[in-house]
Write a protein that binds this ligand. Structure first.
Ligand code: NI
Length: 158
C-alpha cells in the first residue's frame, strides 16, 4: 500500500467525468487499498479516485460509524430529507463551506468483488456519499456552497 498524492482544486483532473469499472483487476485493488491509506493518513472521511488522479468511478468512505464502504460505479437511487451543514474536502485543504444535502440516501454500487451492494446513509454518511459521488462527475462541494467557501484552521496549524 502507498499514500498517493491528493490532487488539489485547480487541477483539471478534478473537473472530469470518471469512467465506469467493468471488471476488478489487481491494479484496481491496489488503487482501492491506496485510497484508504491516503484517506486515513489525511484524516478524511471519504476519497474519490479522481482525487488521486485516476478517472474511475470508485470512492471509499469511512465516517467512523464502524463500517467503511468501497463503492464502485455508485448510483444514488433514492434521496430525501434535507441537511444543511459544514463540508470540507481533502482537495481543498483549509477550506469549508455550508452545503445543503439530502439527509437520507440509498446508493447502489458494486463492492471490491463486483457484487452488487446497497448502502443506506443518514446524516454524515448521506453527506459523504453525495460529496464523493459528485467528485465522479467533476463537481466540487464549493460549486454548491450556500454562501461561498471560507477558511478554517487546520488541526496541525494549532
Ligand atoms: Ni472531496
Amino acid at each position: 500500500m502507498a499514500i498517493r498524492k491528493i490532487r488539489e482544486d485547480g487541477d483539471e483532473i478534478l473537473r472530469k467525468v470518471c469512467k465506469p469499472i467493468e471488471k476488478m483487476t489487481p491494479r484496481l485493488r491496489t488503487l482501492i487499498d491506496d485510497m484508504y491509506e491516503t484517506m486515513y493518513a489525511a484524516n478524511g472521511v471519504g476519497l474519490a479516485a479522481p482525487q488521486v488522479g485516476i478517472l474511475k468511478r470508485i470512492v471509499v468512505i469511512d465516517v467512523c460509524d464502524g463500517d467503511s464502504y468501497t463503492l464502485i460505479n455508485p448510483v444514488i437511487v433514492e434521496a430525501d430529507g434535507e441537511q444543511i451543514g459544514e463540508e470540507g474536502c481533502l482537495s481543498l485543504p483549509g477550506l469549508a463551506a455550508t452545503v445543503k444535502r439530502p439527509n437520507h440516501v440509498i446508493c447502489k454500487a458494486f463492492d471490491e468483488e463486483m457484487n452488487e451492494i446497497t448502502v443506506e446513509g443518514e446524516g454524515l454518511l448521506a453527506r459523504a456519499i453525495c460529496h464523493e459521488l459528485d467528485h465522479l462527475e467533476g463537481i466540487l462541494y464549493k460549486d454548491k456552497a450556500e454562501d461561498g467557501v471560507y477558511r478554517i484552521d487546520l488541526p496541525n496549524e494549532e
